[in-house]
Design a protein around this ligand. Structure first.
Ligand SMILES: Nc1ncnc2c1ncn2[C@@H]1O[C@H](COP(=O)(O)OP(=O)(O)OP(=O)(O)O)[C@@H](O)[C@H]1O
Ligand SMILES: [Mg+2]
Length: 354
């Protein structure tokens, strides 16, 4: 049985279709991200799962229980779901202890039990010793941990996160990604995590659900989305791909094609979906890390070199083509230099426009 199942979820605000036939499931213990640009319907989907927003149509099941269908909605507090918000919503006039204990108090746990569980949970999120601090006396990162502690202490079936790291500075944000994921793994709680940050989604998720304009564009493991983007939007939203228009010159079966780029650059390419025939135009996706210098390769002129420490982001002109490549930082290369380039054939994919 899936921990969460959503079928044909639609949410309409007047003329705006915020969520458009969204269907997906999460298995027990899975970490699933909803990823997409601002306004694509991530928060609305999450709020429907929590019961904070009503579905216009569709069905939501949490474990064996249907919590939304045909206008029948289970109230949020009966869904066994807790949410961590971007703003943390830590109560400033309460201590950390009182913030974290809140869920246990409202359900009437004993004082001794509450004390034990709060101490245990604060330890889990690395806040032992902060129990008596007030909300106003905490840094952003500490407030974030209080919010997580408050969400996990009642052991909900589902943990929902809405951009919980976006208010933190870059360094802390990266550390908290791994902390949060490690905590989720220890607790084994199914988690739905909303973010517009593709790197965050890639680093944390078992599975990414990529959304655009209220719809799911693609879902799969981070590697699937990166290496086999379903369409132009997926290819351009995740990573920093070269997307070039080419001409299919031969079909070899099993999704293998030859494409021509520019005047005379012939490449072997893979297509995840059928639909191309010789002579058709195709969008060709080449990731910058799959282009390298190679004396047996094709001729190009270096037009830009940006040294970024871990690597160099370079741009080349090859006839009418512009190609971006990530080269090792140790490579000596300067703008204006004539070079020869190689494109890893296993990494070239044909991508549908829509
Ligand atoms: N209460 C509301 N009334 C009317 N329109 C709304 C309401 N809430 C959201 N919308 C609209 O629904 C769409 C989806 O909004 P949602 O908040 O789900 O996006 P999001 O993917 O979470 O974006 P962000 O990354 O900016 O948080 C947007 O077009 C938004 O303007
Ligand atoms: Mg949002």
């Amino acid at each position: 049985m899936n921990a969460l199942e959503i079928r044909d979820l639609m949410v309409r605000y007047g003329d705006v279709l915020a969520v458009d036939r969204v269907s997906f499931a999460a298995s027990e213990g899975e970490f699933v991200s909803l990823l997409g640009p601002s306004g694509c319907g991530k928060t609305t989907t999450l709020r429907c799962i929590a019961g904070l927003e009503s579905a216009s149509s569709g069905e939501i099941r949490i474990g064996a229980t249907t919590v939304a269908r045909d206008g029948h909605e289970t109230p949020p507090e009966q869904r066994g779901v807790n949410m961590v918000f971007q703003s943390y919503a830590v109560w400033p006039h309460m201590t950390v202890f009182e913030n974290v204990a809140y869920g246990l108090r409202t359900r009437g746990d004993s004082k001794a039990e509450i004390a034990r569980r709060v101490a245990e949970t604060l330890q889990l999120v690395g806040l032992s010793g902060f129990a008596e601090r007030y909300g106003t006396e905490l840094s952003g990162g500490q407030q974030q941990r209080v919010a997580v502690a408050r969400a996990v202490i009642t052991e909900p079936h589902l943990l929902l996160f809405d951009e919980p790291l976006s208010n933190l500075d870059a360094g802390l944000r990266e550390r908290m990604r791994f902390e949060l994921l490690a905590l989720q793994r220890r607790l084994g709680r199914t988690s739905i995590y909303v973010t517009h940050d593709q790197q965050e989604a890639m680093a944390m998720s078992d599975r990414i659900i990529l959304m655009d304009h209220g719809r799911i564009v693609q879902q799969g493991a981070p590697r699937d989305l990166y290496e086999r983007p379903a369409n132009l939007f997926a290819a351009s939203f995740i990573g920093n791909a070269n997307l070039l228009t080419g001409q299919v010159t031969a079909a070899h079966g099993e999704g293998r094609f030859t494409v021509r780029l520019g005047d005379d650059l012939e490449l072997s390419a893979l297509a995840a979906r059928p639909g191309w025939t010789p002579d058709s135009q195709a969008l060709v996706c080449i990731r910058p890390e799959n282009i390298s210098l190679d004396s047996a390769g094709f001729a190009a002129t270096t037009t830009r070199v940006s040294y970024l420490g871990a690597m160099q982001s370079c741009e080349f002109a090859a006839g009418p083509l512009t190609l971006r490549a990530d080269l090792p930082a140790r490579t000596r290369i300067t703008a204006g230099e004539h070079v020869r380039l190689h494109i890893d054939p296993a990494s070239v994919v044909l991508v549908p426009e829509t």
